[in-house]
Design a protein around this ligand. Structure first.
Ligand SMILES: Cc1ncc(COP(=O)(O)O)c(C=O)c1O
Length: 408
């Protein structure tokens, strides 16, 4: 980054520090990852100089010879990887992509059935503070209070009573596999569209670790930067019948020119995900999450649903006499990065929840396996045994930095 170093020393220095941080702390936020250098090169390329409103072959500006080829590559790779007949790779990110799906299928005021934020849904599944909560009528659902799992009998009852026009399956903090076929059966019964939001689990789906929504859902949305390990962005996938509606909802409905540098980086990430190594990666992500879950249970944390079969763990820290934010802050002091999170039916407020959320996509990319999960659990225990002892936390940080040194 010699040009940046010369032109803007402040930003250069901050990026250097952030890079150092990313490789010296244990990054356990389940929505984060490390992209390849190839993805970064495409993302930081001359493609950022181009404007290309429209779609391949139907652009509003000239000079699209290579951009069209790039977008077609990204689109066809997505279609091959997810086994769908149409992919739109232009959405700027997951939130506008979800909105584009709703705008394509619904009228403002229509009913959307989505998981509440506090039980693991995303803001864009109908939270009142989100534009989606203002534009549509929201029918919320939650998980079983007893098991923390999706309760399909209850979901069916709600759907029959409320008759939503669209049901959302897919979450930001749910540690178990989602049965898209069961969701489809309910949606079919009440004449609703099924929207699968696979932002978190798309990397697990393409590596065969999670059932695919592609035969069941009408629309599928994924971000590209989580377990899929691409640049920040999103894609929408659907059958050919809905293709035109989706494309129009993205452009000109919600967006102007696509970010061509991101499109190219998505194409690169999809090529990586089509390779056999990615299947191994997905398998290890889940194995690591299960090993981490087991260790966390052994040190006294209470896990939502009792464990995980994905990349993600939702842990109640109150049995240790802690609260979520306190635990997350103490862990950060020791170089372990998680986020405080509500657990379903949390007795505490969303601003000061009982839990933390952890995941393994990033540390698995670095090459960690079950053995390293044991080390990480030991660090976490040390932190939780000394949450108010800054000297001890500093000492753990040193050990964490030594542990991370071999993953650079
Ligand atoms: C399930 C789910 N959907 C949508 C989004 C929104 O993605 P973005 O942050 O790119 O807008 C997220 C982000 O965390 C998510 O977890």
């Amino acid at each position: 980054m010699q040009y940046l170093q010369k032109n803007d020393r402040q930003i250069y220095n901050l990026i250097q520090k952030e890079e150092k941080r990313q490789y010296s702390e244990v990054r356990l936020i389940p929505s984060e990852n490390y992209t390849s250098k190839a993805v970064m090169e495409a993302s930081g390329s001359v493609l950022t100089n181009k404007y290309s409103e429209g779609y391949a072959g139907k652009r509003y500006y000239q000079g699209q010879v290579y951009i069209d080829e790039i977008e077609i590559l990204a689109k066809t790779r997505a279609e091959e990887l997810f086994k769908v007949s149409h992919a739109n790779v232009q959405p700027y990110s997951g939130s506008p992509a979800n909105l584009a799906c709703y705008m394509a299928l619904l009228e403002p005021g229509d009913k959307i059935m989505g998981m509440t934020l506090t039980s693991g849904g995303h803001l864009t599944h109908g939270a009142s503070v989100s534009a989606i909560g203002k534009l549509f009528e929201i029918v919320p659902y939650t998980v079983s209070e007893k098991t923390g799992l999706l309760d399909f009998d209850e979901l069916e009852k709600i759907a029959i009573k409320e008759k939503p026009k669209l049901i959302i399956a897919g979450y930001t903090a749910y540690p178990r596999k989602v049965s898209f076929s069961k969701f489809k059966a309910i949606a079919k019964k009440v004449g609703a569209y099924l929207h699968a939001d696979i932002a978190h689990i798309s990397g697990l789906i393409v590596s065969g670790e999670h059932p695919s929504p592609s035969p069941h859902a009408d629309t599928i949305m994924t971000t590209t930067h989580k377990s899929l390990r691409g640049p920040r962005g999103a894609m929408i996938m659907c059958n050919s019948k809905l293709a035109q509606d989706i494309d129009r909802a993205v452009f000109p409905g919600l967006q102007g020119g696509p970010h061509d540098n991101t499109t190219a980086a998505i194409a690169v990430a999809l090529k990586e995900a089509l390779g056999s190594d990615f299947r191994k990666y997905g398998k290890q992500v889940v194995r690591n999450a299960q090993a981490l879950a087991e260790g966390l249970q052994e040190i006294g944390l209470k896990l939502s649903t009792g464990g995980t079969d994905t990349h993600l763990i939702l842990a109640d820290v109150t049995p240790l006499g802690l609260i979520g934010k306190q635990a997350a802050v103490a862990l950060e002091k020791a170089g372990l990065i998680v986020n405080a999170n509500t657990i379903p039916f949390d007795k505490r407020s969303p601003f000061s929840p009982s839990g933390i959320r952890l995941g393994t996509p990033a540390i698995t990319t670095l090459g960690m396996k079950e053995k390293e999960m044991k080390e990480i659990v030991k660090f976490i225990k040390e932190v939780f045994d000394h949450v108010d002892n800054d000297r001890k936390l500093k000492q753990v940080r040193k050990e964490v930095e030594e542990f991370m040194a071999s993953y650079r």
